[in-house]
Design a protein. Sequence first.
Length: 263
Amino acid sequence: MSGRCRGGTLTVRILLVSDVHANLEALEACLAVIPEHDLLVNLGDVVGYNASPNEVCERLQAMKGLIVRGNHDRACSGLTDLNEFNPIAALSAYWTRNTLSPDNLEWLRELRPGPLRRDGLPGVEFVHGSPRDEDEYLLNPSAAEISLRLPNHLGRIFFGHTHVQGGFVLENGKTRPVALRFERSTGVAKLKVPLGSGARYLINPGSVGQPRDGDWRAAFALYDDSPGSVTFYRVPYELQQAQERIYAAGLPERLAVRLGHGR
């Protein structure tokens, strides 16, 4: 892993993407504007819901980053059954399983579950749901605090799964959300958030392929480990084209409609 030397110390910039969910148009839009970085980390759910699973798998394989297994990666590759999915998610997972090429199915099956760590990045780990459970949804401070106080886990944890950009911070004994205040616009937006050295963080870059925080634009983030900051991005993409792929594939209409609402 490469890095930069700043004041005699090696520093690293990590491009964080998550929950691409087979949305090729959203992924390509993000990759067109990504900043300079030293390492790509994908926090899981490469596939599911949207209609370009093979193209997205191949695009991410070519980038040679670190990828955490997500619950849809597990289900769509046949490692688990679909009983815990709602009917629409189950239908899309079944369609994905039958659409993926044999090579991409095997690649998904070989993805490792979190927590994952990387040599040269002390104090950092990567998960899909939470450090406790790859399927756990961290949606409120009380759930987040349990993970932030776990022994043997690290001070900066990057997670996905919720499709909500932001996260949580444990500081001075209290856990609170990391609040984001993007200006409402139709273009590319970014917001830099400094990370305090004495605090513990759970950071979610948001979902590339199916945001659920009320903003339809694709989401990703860049972590800079020195002095410590995360820059969050929102990127418009060819929404109608992604929706038309869903319709053409015969996937549930709801999957196309929700993309426009960011829910």
